[in-house]
Design a protein. Structure first.
Length: 337
């Protein structure tokens, strides 16, 4: 039985990943280590909480004794590190906590994994540390071009700087110790269970509450959007088939301006609910400090080397996402209360 340590597994992407692997593999054990900060919600995992292949542990990835105990008790095969402070605005207001969790927490996980996985000065075969990162570490693009795995790191916010720092440390453990690691960098995810400070669930929630929908600047910043289930499939592939030491970009090839996203959601909700929601809810606000202009990822490497491709078009994914929030309004209300 293979054992997965998934950190930050009560969050948006982590919870979707846990449900994905629990449903896909029958002979595994998933240990979910999550501190349950504001964005961590065990309701995201309600459907599998009693599954015998799943175990939740409340705790901090910075807690060395706790993490060492997990490795000793469960003989972990894979670490999938989602645990991170991840909201840019919060990082601007409080950078220190981002450095502590995203950098020092990752170092602690690496050290505990390295200690547990080395026998006779060599790493045990079949182990892997997967660092789940973000395209934001690359900085900002102009109107053309794409981020590739060879794009220099150029983060512009405390959040992205902390993730870039963690990525560099993970790579250093491969270069220095030959530790079996991979790093993935994804574009903006969307889908069920996303905390409503992020753009898509924020717009949905504000439409349902008939509140103003804030849009930075003129709303022309461009993001590439990736449905979370497509991301989970990619992570599974990298974990099992990725070449050790390699970075893999994971993108949805769905570039949209923020204002396009906002107007699309308003239109879909208006059509589904017939509740008189209109674009009059849109309120343009002062732009974010250091706001990156455009993100766009080339996922050619993971397509070519591992055979991954997206299964959900943006049109299908956004419709599924909106339906999920409309059908789970109690979750939405509880998550922001």
């Amino acid at each position: 039985m293979q054992k997965f340590l998934v950190t930050g597994g009560a969050g948006f992407i982590g919870a979707n990943f846990i449900k994905y692997v629990i449903n896909k593999y029958k002979n595994i054990k998933v240990i979910n280590l999550d501190k349950l900060t504001y964005a961590g919600n065990l309701e995201n995992l309600k459907e599998i909480e009693n599954n015998s292949n799943y175990k939740f542990i409340k705790g901090d990835i910075c807690n060395k004794d706790l993490v060492k105990d997990i490795f000793n008790k469960y003989d972990i095969d894979y670490v999938v590190n989602f645990a991170a402070e991840s909201h840019v605005d919060r990082s601007i207001n409080n950078p220190e906590i981002f450095v502590k969790t995203n950098v020092l927490g990752t170092v602690n996980l690496l050290n505990c994994a390295k200690e547990a996985w080395i026998i006779n000065k060599s790493f045990i075969k079949g182990k892997k540390f997967l660092q789940v990162s973000t395209d934001e570490v690359y900085g900002s693009l102009g109107d053309t071009g794409y981020f590739t795995e060879n794009t220099p790191l150029n983060p512009h916010s405390p959040y992205s700087a902390s993730k870039a720092s963690a990525d560099c440390i993970v790579k250093a453990y491969y270069d220095t110790y030959q530790m079996p690691v991979n790093i993935t960098r994804c574009s903006n995810n969307y889908g069920p269970n996303q905390f409503p400070e992020k753009l898509i669930p924020l717009v949905i929630n504000n439409c349902l509450q008939k509140k103003n929908v804030p849009v930075y600047g003129k709303g022309l910043n461009v993001r590439d959007w990736l449905y979370v289930e497509d991301h989970c499939r990619a992570l599974d592939l990298v974990m099992k088939q990725g070449k050790s030491g390699e970075v893999y970009n994971i993108g949805g090839n769905n570039e949209k301006t923020n204002i396009e996203i906002v107007k699309l959601i308003i239109r879909i909700i208006s059509e589904k609910m017939k509740n008189g929601i209109t674009e009059q809810l849109i309120k343009f606000v002062e732009d974010r400090k250091g706001h990156d202009w455009r993100y766009a990822i080339s996922a050619e490497k993971i397509r070519k080397n591992l055979g991954w491709s997206t299964e959900f078009s943006f049109e299908v994914g956004i419709d599924k996402t909106i339906d999920w929030y409309l059908n789970n309004r109690a979750w939405l209300e509880n998550s922001i209360s």
